[in-house]
Design a protein around this ligand. Sequence first.
Ligand code: GAL
Length: 694
Amino acid sequence: MHISLTNPDHHPQAPIQLPRRILHGGDYSPEQWNPDVWRRDMELLREAGCNTLTVGIFAWAALEPEEGRYDFSVLDSILDLLHGNGFHAILATPTAAPPLWMGKAYPEIRMVDVDSIRFSPGDRVHTCPTSPVYREKTAAIDRELARRYARHPAVVMWHIGNEFCFHCYCDLCRAAFRTWLRNRYGSLDNLNRAWWTAFWGQTFSSWDQVEPPGHKRMISMEGLFTDWHRFMTDQTADFIRMEIATVKAFNPDLPATTNLMSFHRQFDYRVFARELDVVSYDAYPAYHDRPNNVETAVEQAFVYDMMRSLKHRPWILMETSPSSANWMQIMKLKRPGVHRLTGLQAVAHGSDAVLYFQWRASRGGREKLHGAVVNHDSDPNSRVFREVAELGADLDALREVAGALQHAEVGLIYEWDSRWMMEETCGPRRDGLLSYNNTLIAHYRPFWERGMPVDIIGVDDDVSAYKVVVAPLLHLLREGVAEKLAAFVESGGVLVTTYWSGRVDASGLCFDTGYPGPLRALLGIRSEELDVLYKDEQRSVVCTAGSRFGDGTQFTARLFCDLIHAEGANVEAEYGDDFYAGRPALTRHCYGEGEAWYIGFDGGSDFLDRFYGDLADACGLRRVLEASLPVGVTACERKAPGRDIIFLMNTTREPASVTISEAGLVDLQTGEAVSGTVALSPYDVKILARPAGT
Ligand code: GAL
């Protein structure tokens, strides 16, 4: 049975068809094994409560052993075997690892790195996204695969390539970059102005002088750096588009994905997401209790919410390790119970799958020591196998959740543009403490702690349905963004932004109309200077009479103190010391029907918790569960047909108890009513159901 995934919310999209169940299984390389092993794996899959294998990822050498000679015998057999056993297949195009013969015969398909060294044949994820030869070879194998399998009953999805993660600096990519720049800027004069090349006399007098950013060249232009990342994103997205169009020509209804990687710096995933039907993601969190799991759990939750929000629909956890990952410095095992917690956490945040790298451990090669569901001895009586099977039972009971959405009242803006620009800019601090990711996670955490759903959105998303939009470090402002946020606030929304926002335009030029640039009128402030503190320094921040937080309430500022002037905004708190004592530190501007907050200082978690707790009350933000949650315990909700499914998760290694103050909940597994105090063992997850609309 299949479900159709659509988003009835404020992000309409074409429906896609996926099986009505949570996919559970993993990457499998049948070309490494013989038919006896395949058949044994079918039994083991059933025993592990699994239903899906992802096949073909690095199989090109087996599929096309010589140029133009194809051999599909292994794939034919394994897909039929999977189907015969009632299992699904996610079919990968093998293009992340071209065969050695191809790399040798066509050097141009191999990437060139930032130091102008071409990769040797014999690696993976090292191909050029521009090379016409590589595109031709890719389209040819993809066509063969799609002709044969696009309507195979086992195949539920295409998996395009694998983890696109590098930039290529070859001559073909350089030439394509120049073309991209011509299209963007129209003339060299415009380019020179946008990148402010007169600084250090770097003016371009012809297009062929433009080179990508590198370790030793063109370091004076962060506009170049950001544009190069935009270009490489577009170029790689174009490659993905080409692959998807090729396979979809044979069955337009078979959805396609490619697996993304966390806060990947190289590409803007929102651009990739436009090409995909489903977002999928590879997660290798270190849930190792160091110092505890809460930080890891919050970071993971943030990324999961980002994956869900990229298309505002359920996503696929394409890879995770069932135990350890051999590329980590220390191959620490997941403690008993952590596997269930982390698998269910992904589902709680919108994943319709828990898939592993890898199903069966390879006997040789770079990843022979990597965690796998089935280890070298094929013994299902292992702790890892049993924990996978336990999760499999949970996932089976959660079929109704497949396709179910979440509803968030808060949108938190994460922009690759701002991140690239900030990270490349020299200043305001170079000791690593201006971290875009960590700052955004810190602003997300108070909502996570209260069990309040958050969408992680981009400035191009529709924000009109949110009650609150949080945009920390919105450093770079593209044209129209300030106007869009102003319209949101004007019609009753609440906007929160911070120091270092509204500093530069899309190519990195500082606004010359006073900071925070086009946000100045909306925020009702002007920022004059930014004081940056040493790590061991702090300043006091004192709430004013009439402040939301109570007259005289004190907070502590660290790292950044923005020296602002109120221009219509209400001053909620002022600095208590240094030469800027008495100057505004926190402001609230009533604008139209809504309000716009500016947080001028880094107040750390104490301040953020208080600030967002207060804001949540003022805005009437909904918690998914009526309960007060102890540290490290959170709740998530998915809206299944007819009932809400709530995941109550203890991410700590200590027992916890939660007092629930709402009635009508039942435990999904036991069917028993749940109310009052609920005990959670370490890493425990309780799955609760509530009739929809109550
Ligand atoms: C992923 C990759 C997999 C495997 C895994 C190991 O990044 O896609 O093929 O290498 O890491 O953790």
